[in-house]
Design a protein around this ligand. Sequence first.
Ligand code: FAD
Length: 406
Amino acid sequence: MNIYATEKSQHYLAQVTSFIHDKILPVEAELLAENRRLNHHQDWTQWQLLPHIETLKRQAKTLGLWNLFLPDSELGQGLSCVEYAPLAEEMGRSLLAPEIFNCNAPDTGNMEVLYHFGNEQQKAQWLTPLLSGDIRSVFAMTEPDVASSDATNMQATIIEDGDDVIINGRKWWSTGLGHPNCQIMIFMGLSDPDAPKHQRHSMVLVPINTPGVTITRMLSAYGDFDAPYGHGEMELVNVRVPKSHVIMGLGKGFEIAQGRLGPGRIHHCMRAIGAAERALSLAIERGQSRVAFGQPIIKLGGNLERIAQARMAIDQARLLTLNAAWKIDNLGVKHAMTDISAIKVVVPSVLSQVVDMAIQIYGGAGMNHDTPLAGFAAMARSLRLADGPDEVHMAMVSRLELAKYK
Ligand SMILES: Cc1cc2nc3c(=O)[nH]c(=O)nc-3n(C[C@H](O)[C@H](O)[C@H](O)COP(=O)(O)OP(=O)(O)OC[C@H]3O[C@@H](n4cnc5c(N)ncnc54)[C@H](O)[C@@H]3O)c2cc1C
């Protein structure tokens, strides 16, 4: 098993690192403050994009630091999951960087669905503009009316009608729905209640401006609307799209979900490790430079052990993540199910602990948006629910473990 960065990966890592260091981190606090000033309100129709972020995106694209997540040499940079891991980690150190390299959730997961499962027409219409960064997308699976951690509960309907399908239902927590450039959703719904359990659901491409789609509100997460992306709630009433918008065919929803969520989840974990590294270095810098009771804060109480625990936890989380990445590359997503579920539980929890420790060492300033710590804390908490709650992933790990004893 080789989980060390290849020459190609190191080449991109050096470029991504210096881009983040030279161009993003110096303006990060200012841009985040500007975003809050312009967009910290619920009316998503008024949300604005920051021109400087759009400029940085163009620069990253020109340098070929674009779509690094996609393991295709023509459409992305042809990096494997192991090769992409250190890059995603580096991006995760900043709340802004993933988008600047067109490597942000949920668009990466949606692009992967289209790349792996879309037909040529679907790719031309939606994958191409997503890869170029011209439009944004959402993945609409979770529903307010049913426990959506059990995806077989999904009750929004997709009914065949001649050459079309008609869609009805409510969705919420659709991340990205408030983005001014959001144009397309991948909608998951019930297409055949009588089919075997995992063939009842389908995924359909629905343009956001299709008649019958009404966005009702944006949900805040820990008081933050995550503008300009947002987490939207919407109602779909008799929404009609051509059957050609169904991905792979009716009944294939779970098959696609398995393919999408594997890479999507591991990318979240890679970025979360980067966030934990940044939180740790912020804690150390602050703890060394601020003095209380005659000593640098880092030396007071159990702080040095807390730093050691953070270092050990992050390194364990990284190794577990690289192990999952290697299995995805070499054995395929289906043979990495335990590992993907394991990191989806372990990494957000490590990030939570490290960020919480860093906020405590920082004192009151850690709670404010002057540093990215408060944003990382919200991200860590969200990740314990988004893409499936901890308990569902632990159920998967134990199920696969017990299966060995049959
Ligand atoms: C910030 C954020 C962004 C999100 N983005 C998206 C998105 O883009 N698209 C999308 O479709 N969804 C998104 N989600 C929704 C997320 O995927 C769901 O919230 C999650 O799957 C849980 O579904 P639920 O909220 O219906 O909780 P429920 O299904 O009601 O579950 C509630 C709780 O029940 C417990 N539970 C469930 N199953 C078990 C079990 N087997 N054993 C023990 N306890 C269990 C867990 O503690 C769980 O948290 C997002 C959520 C958040 C917070």
